[in-house]
Write a protein of this length. Sequence first.
Length: 91
Amino acid sequence: MPVVLALLCAAQFMVVLDVSVVNVALPSIQHALAFDARHLAWVGNAYALSFGALLLLGARLADLYGHRRPRAWRCSPPRAWPAGWPMRPAG
């Protein structure tokens, strides 16, 4: 049971980290795209909507194909994209 609790805590931490990355990036997005506060709210909503949709898709694929195959799909490029953002060239 402690292993399951540790996995759930790690998963929740990843969700909070993803949302924090988006919130930290909002001022840069606002400056780069000349958005006002109204458009900036759409950025956060679009991220939350796409995150939820992909979460539901992953759950459905796990239901259809079992718990072994989709596990490799969860380690896909979208998880690595936030890690690569600091490495992109500035400007």
